[in-house]
Each structure stands twice: as C-alpha cells, then as structure tokens.
Design a protein around this ligand. Structure first.
Ligand code: NDP
Length: 451
C-alpha cells in the first residue's frame, strides 16, 4: 500500500463517521500531493502527513449565559489549534447552529494551507460555537461573547493563537470578545483581529477577503490570457461580509454583478446589484434579501423552496464568472453543470470549500478556470496579519499601504499557485497547485524544526 493510502486508511480507522466533512477537506489535499511525495522520501520518513492531519490540540468547553428573560442557556464552544509550524495559530471563529468539531477541524486544516500560501508567519486554527446570533438582542450577543471569552482567553495570546471573525462573527462580536479579554487580563494586546478601527483594527480588514478574491481573479485572468472582468456578467452567492465586498470590488473592476443570495433566497437584478442597499439590508438591518425588491421593483426574488430541484438558483443564471461566497458545499454537481452549460468561464471560491468534490472534478475536466478557496480567499487572513503587525508596533498603516500590500499578496499567491501547477505537471489545476505550494512550505518548516 502506498504512503498516501496508508495515511488515509489510518485516519478513517481512528476517527468517527461524524468527521465526514473533515475527511472531505483532508482527502482533497492529500489527493493533490502525490507528485511532491514521489519527489522526496523525506515526507514519509518523517511522517509529515500523519503529523499534519491531526490537530496539535482541541479545546471543547461549555458556555453558559443569561438571555433577556433571565433564562440560563448552554452552548458548546470550541478552539482547534491545528499546526503552528509557520507561526502562531491563526484562524477565525464561527458562531452558527451547524458548528461542531468536524466542521472546525475541516476549517482549521484548510487554514494551515491558506496561511502558508500567503507567505506570512501564521499557523492554522479555527474555533467557534453552535450559538446562533440570528434573532438575538445586542445584549444577548454581548453576554454570550463574554461568556465564550471567559474560557477562550486561557488558550490564546498574541504569540500563541490569534482568532478572527467568520460566519456569525463580525465587528460587533469581535468588539465584545476583545473587551472581555481586556477585562479579564488587564492587557491591551492584539489577541484577535477584525477589531473595529477605533481600538486597533486595520483599515480594509472588513473588505479584505472580498477585495482579495477579486485581485486574485484579475491576476489569474491575466496569467491565462483570458478576457478581463470589465463588462462581464458575474454571480455571487451569499450576502455577508465576503460576498458584499466581492460584489463591491467586482463592480469597481467594471463587472456587472446580477445576482447574490442568502439562506432564504436569491436576488436577480439584471441591471447590476445595488451594493449600497445590500449593505444597508445585511449589515445595518440584518434583514432578509427579499426586502431588496421593495426598492428595486424590477429585480426578481426567488425563495429557497422554489429553487430548481437539486440545484441553487444563483448558479442557474448565465454568467462569465461565478463566485461562491456563502458556505461549504453550496455548489453541487447540478450547479456546476448549469454554470458550464450557460458559458461560465471562471469559478473563484470566496467561501471555504463551497464547491463539492464532484463539482470541482467537472470544472477541471471541462477546463473551466477554477480557483480554490485556500488561495483565492486568503486576503482576509493576510490583512489580519497586517493588523497583528500594526498592533505589535502600536502603529497604523494608511489605506494605500494596506490595499497595496493586499493586492501584492494576492498577486503573489496567484503566481505561486499558477507556477506550482506547471512545475509539478498539473498545468491549470490550481487545486493541486495550491495544495502542493502550501504543503511544501509547511512541510519544510516541520522538517527544519525537528520532531
Ligand atoms: P457572513 O456570516 O458574513 O455571511 C454568510 C452569508 O452566507 C450570509 O449572507 C448567509 O445568509 C449566507 N448563507 C449561509 N448559508 C447559506 C446557504 N446555505 N445558502 C445561501 N446563503 C447562505 O460570513 P462571511 O461572509 O464572513 O463568510 C462566508 C464564507 O467565507 C464562509 O465560508 C467563511 O468561512 C469564508 N471566509 C470568511 C472570511 C472572512 O474574512 N469573513 C475569510 C475567509 C473565508 P443569511 O444572511 O441568511 O444568514
């Protein structure tokens, strides 16, 4: 049995079936690594894969908090510190009812490779809770965040582990988390990124993931000699932080973004989405996208229950570029088929692992340009790293410096992935290119640091 196969089998033997989504992420990476594993036996000799697929440590804890009716609520809290070969553990917090240990292990594992691709000094981690911020009052969200930090603060630190936001964790939640850390420890230090600007956040951190997705796309289209985004029809799923800033930057490149979605439905606006209204609805009012048609009466809203069978409405709309920016496994084989049949030329992942393995296989087979999340959405964590630098020096960077550094980082990631796919004989396969380039850097650090 080959090295790869034996690592997969031992992982399956020692983990539970509930780890399905974690296996999906791990196997996608492992399946890319054959060419590099064959080039040097040292990876097998030093058990690099076996060491990479198991987190350094996982914390699971109980969070108790009072709601507005003085009822005691109990949630599960987690932090998975996966690998710190390249720098302190780094990765977001997700508050969503679907959160469990498998989802966080998948996200933490992905984060190791994403952070490696940035070329910066960051290891991989992820955390969160099954708490649902939706429908909670401000005071309930605050009480929950503070209770969560009561435990989390024991495990983090500016040179140890630096969380950030993710689904359900935006500037409001990060402010409460940071405030509690300071109260418990009396220390002002950069233990979390994505902070509001007034107390240490970086300019452009909210925009960074979405803007980075578009900088990456622009560079990849250039490298592939494909037509640029100007005047091209694009579709984006989601309407949260990543989606909205992807839409905003696509528009600034001259693209016409006609569709986006939320967990309840999809908007189609053939004249191009009104991003100011989207921000008002989703960031300020936390409302449903359905309200978009109150202002733009010619736009069409389709509810989830009316989607085409086995597919998502947003991917049935003809477009040049598709940008899944909502959540994992939201673009399936039927969606991939629809996109290809409708002439889509490029798919760039803004969310983490939004495309199913079957959808990715089809894109690659049909030679659709496909940019995987760990490369394309690394802009957020890159600017988080810039925030850490600013905090450590108690200084601020201006907008131009952050934007220029973000753009340069995304270009470098894109080139690294593009060239690696050529160097390892998988030309145009950026899934393999990203996995190999990211693995190489982490593995080299693990080898240099010894057992
Ligand atoms: P947000 O919570 O801000 O937004 C998530 C959006 O996705 C919401 O609009 C939500 O709808 C929508 N959504 C959730 N589930 C579905 C679904 N099944 N179908 C359609 N829409 C859905 O999260 P972020 O924008 O921060 O994160 C989105 C993705 O990007 C995640 O995969 C995250 O891990 C990844 N990511 C985020 C980074 C960041 O900097 N924030 C960095 C790198 C990756 P509703 O409004 O109804 O809840």
């Amino acid at each position: 049995m080959g090295y790869l196969q034996s690592v997969k089998e031992s992982l399956l033997k020692n983990s539970s079936l509930a780890d399905e989504i974690f296996f999906q992420a791990v196997f996608e990476v492992l399946d890319s690594l054959e060419p590099i594993l064959q080039s040097d036996r040292i990876y097998e000799e030093l058990a690099i894969l076996e060491r990479l697929v198991v987190p350094d440590r996982e914390f699971k804890f109980k969070i108790t908090w009072f709601d507005d009716n003085n009822k005691v609520n109990v949630n599960n809290g987690y932090r998975v510190q996966f690998n710190n070969a390249l720098g302190p553990y780094k990765g977001g917090l997700r508050f969503h009812p679907s959160v469990n240990s498998s989802i966080l292990k998948f996200l933490g594992f992905e984060q190791i490779f994403k952070n490696s691709l940035t070329g910066l000094m960051m290891g991989g981690a992820k955390g969160g809770s099954d708490f649902n911020p939706k429908g909670k009052s401000n005071s309930e969200v605050m009480k929950f965040c503070k209770a969560y930090m009561t435990e989390l603060h024991k495990h983090i630190g500016p040179r140890v582990d630096i969380p950030a936001g993710d689904i359900g964790v935006g500037a409001r939640e990060i402010g409460f988390l940071f405030g509690e850390y300071k109260k418990i420890t009396s220390r002002y230090e950069g233990i979390i990124t994505g902070k509001p600007y007034m107390f240490g956040g970086s300019l452009l951190r909210p925009e960074a993931t979405g803007y980075g997705v578009v900088y990456f796309t622009d560079e990849l289209l250039k490298l592939e000699n494909k037509e640029p985004l100007k005047d091209k029809i694009c579709c984006v799923s989601g309407s949260g932080n990543v989606a909205i800033y992807t839409i905003e930057k696509l528009q600034s490149f001259g693209a016409i973004v006609v569709s986006c979605s939320d967990s309840r439905g999809t908007i189609y606006d053939s004249r191009g989405l009104d991003v100011v209204l989207l921000k008002e609805l989703k960031f300020n009012k936390r409302a449903s996208l359905e309200e978009y048609i109150n202002t733009h009466t010619s736009a069409i809203y389709t509810k989830v229950e009316d989607y085409p069978s086995g597919a998502h409405e947003v991917w049935s709309i003809p477009c040049y570029g598709a940008f899944p920016c909502a959540t994992q496994n939201e673009l399936n084989i039927n969606d991939a088929t629809n996109l290809i049949d409708n002439g889509c030329q490029i798919v760039v992942e803004g969310a983490n692992m939004p495309s199913s393995p079957e959808a990715i296989e089809l894109f690659l087979k049909q030679k659709i340009t496909f940019a995987p999340a760990k490369a394309a959405n690394a802009g957020g964590v890159a600017v988080s790293n810039f925030e850490m630098s600013q905090n450590a020096a108690l200084q601020r960077w201006d907008m131009d410096k952050v934007d220029e550094s973000l753009r340069t980082t995304m270009k470098q990631i894109c080139k690294r992935v593009y060239l690696t796919s050529k160097d390892y004989g998988v030309d145009g396969n950026y899934v393999d290119g990203a996995n190999i380039a990211a693995f190489k850097r982490v593995a080299e650090a693990m080898i240099a640091e010894g057992i």
